[in-house]
Design a protein around this ligand. Structure first.
Ligand code: F6R
Length: 245
């Protein structure tokens, strides 16, 4: 794994956005795997800037998102589809029909998972997968478990993830308890992976990912078995590693 430690969140975002921009420049028809949550927001802002100022061209790009809540309509501001439109897709020249997010309202979520897995294969696989990480080491919504889930599947979110995500929801709004997520196997098939993390709340997860046992207790630890992973973290997220050195 290549690990880059930055001074702060802004620098983390700039470096990650540069890697994504380089990918799109070198392979204009890239399939990008994308993530939601607070971590990538600044990265998407930098990409929008690169589109506006440097004419970074997304016209041939395809995207597949990692996950989506079950039960939320695409127009619901808490849905990941809405997040992606709002933070990136509405502001660059990517054809919306080539942006894929699992359908959280499917009448048959299991079927939706199979279709999503097939779709990724039909697109030729993910060229570059962007990942955030949960405080418990989850990637996508692959929560700590007894074993690594392979393919796209329906998952029950842990209490800690529901609690962490509740910050995005208004008072009285219920946080969904289930999601559709790419599996660990799906993520590991990406040709390149870019993991980003900032802030002290991620310090333990980053330590476990880089130095803990490779175990489904910290799902991100499996990334050590991938041949092309870049980890970009700010100093706060790297704190536990620095303390051990
Ligand atoms: C989101 C996702 C999650 C987040 C993780 C970190 O699509 O797959 O794994 O990356 O929960 O979320 P933030 O960035 O909000 O701390």
């Amino acid at each position: 794994m290549k690990v880059i430690v930055t001074r702060n969140y802004e620098e983390m975002c700039q470096k990650a956005a540069r890697i994504i921009a380089a990918q799109v420049t070198l392979k204009p028809d890239s399939v990008l795997g994308l993530a939601t949550g607070s971590t990538p927001v600044g990265i998407y802002q930098d990409l929008v800037k690169k589109y506006q100022e440097d004419r970074l061209d997304f016209s041939e790009v395809c995207t597949v998102n990692l996950d989506e809540y079950i039960g939320l309509d695409r127009e619901n501001p808490q849905s990941y589809r809405y997040f992606m439109n709002h933070n990136l897709f509405d502001h660059v020249n990517i054809p919306k029909q080539y942006t894929y997010v699992p359908n959280g309202l499917s009448s048959d979520p299991e079927d939706e998972c199979e279709d999503y897995e097939l779709l990724i294969q039909q697109l030729g696989g993910v060229d570059l997968q962007l990942l955030g990480i949960g405080g418990n080491g989850h990637i996508g919504f692959n929560e700590p478990a007894e074993s690594f889930a392979e393919e796209t599947h329906v998952t029950n979110l842990t209490a800690s993830t529901i609690e962490a995500n509740s910050r995005f929801f208004g008072e009285g709004e219920e946080v969904p308890k289930q999601a559709i997520t790419m599996g660990i196997g799906t993520i590991m098939q990406a040709k390149k992976i870019l993991l980003v993390a900032n802030g002290e709340s991620k310090a333990q997860a980053i330590y476990d990912t880089l130095y803990g046992p490779v175990s489904p207790n910290c799902p991100a630890s499996i990334l050590r078995f991938h041949q092309d992973v870049t980890v970009i973290v700010d100093e706060a997220a790297f704190k536990k590693v620095t303390e051990q050195q």
